[in-house]
Design a protein around this ligand. Sequence first.
Ligand code: SAJ
Length: 420
Amino acid sequence: MKVCIIGQGYIGLPTAVLFADNGCEVVGVDINPNIINSLNSCELHIEEPGLKEKLELAINNKRYSASLNPHKSDVFIITVPTPNNIEDLSCDLSYVISACESIIPCLEKENIVIIESTIAPMSTNKIIKPIFEKAGFEIGKDLYLAHCPERVLPGKIIEELINNDRIVGGITPRCSNKAAEVYETFVKGKIMKTEAKTAEMSKCMENTFRDVNIALANELTKICSKIGVNSLDVIELANKHPRVNIHSPGPGVGGHCLAIDPYFIYSLAPDEAKMIKLARDTNNSMPKFVVDKTKEILENIDGIKTIEAPKIGILGVAYKGNTVDTRESPSLICIELLKKEGFEIAIHDPHVEDENYCSFEECIKDASLCIVLSDHDEFKNLDYDLMKEKMRNPIIFDTKNIVKNNESKDLIVINYGNLD
Ligand code: SAJ
């Protein structure tokens, strides 16, 4: 089977190498020439366990190549980003639309087109289907179109692509059957067939469910910090109940999924989607909460008023642990707010390269406080001795609850459990 995958990011690239790994001839297409050049030289632009080895194998076996243009294939899979439209936060389909238009010259009868990008409910029927009809195809008769949302967690993408159950939403039942056969190539989970609009809503709702649950944990933390209860203990104990699963509070919700997709539903029915919007607002309020708590912590340090602009060391800008991805990262908003408050800011992230970021040692040097904002493995066991030696005031504010309990009285670790 020949497979052409448009978009070689977090989803498109791992999907491409898995098809190649299972005997398919794969072309990975991207509009970014730098990505194409690096992929053809076997270099990754994203960080994902197990991906590099699979890419090397696919290139050596001549089953994978990257290209700026689509090639004739049996199957076309679209994995491009879908941001929010600025005005109303609805789903911006412009990358999906241009990806669909780009494959039209390569399309032949009996081809299968699959949209994996997360899209608002009704998009496949109302916007994507007409693009192919205009090009002369009859969907379900001579071209098969389906929405099959990706559902994998960055950091576990390869494992989850293979083992997760898969939703396949065809425009017609025949479209669903054709798309299901494609995924049978490597998917070990169940392949569940449905309509395109049901698949679209299911995917948006999965991410909304997680966002709402994180908002509940964040709200709990705010309440507990106000009345003097340890919110982390509350979560640990409440989660011992067999039907309770309170999520983890943090500095906010980032990434290209949870911070974006709930708005796709909200913009379609703003009067009804009240809880969904409130959860977004609550999670968006967390960077300000972090900054307010930072100010309170600093106010309690002796002699802090004599420093004009106290230095704060920021540990982590990635939206979550062990990734290079900073899209929608709450850490970036915390940094902006802290700068506006007049603090001197130094930033360190062992995964994210940026000329403005510095080494761990430089970051902590003379700092009155270090704030952990990403749950990278490197931050779980920090060099406490170095911190005690280099920091002006050895205090860590751990917003991700990952810093190991520190026995030493000379270094203070504050997390969401002991904020009061
Ligand atoms: N977060 C919390 N508390 C938690 C869990 C996460 O604050 O208890 C934060 C993270 O730090 C991060 C954000 O939420 O900033 C999102 O991280 P995540 O690990 O929850 O999810 P993503 O965005 O990396 O991946 C999600 C997944 N969706 C669900 O788990 C329902 C993944 O399965 C989807 O495929 C992916 O979105 C996507 O592409 O849509």
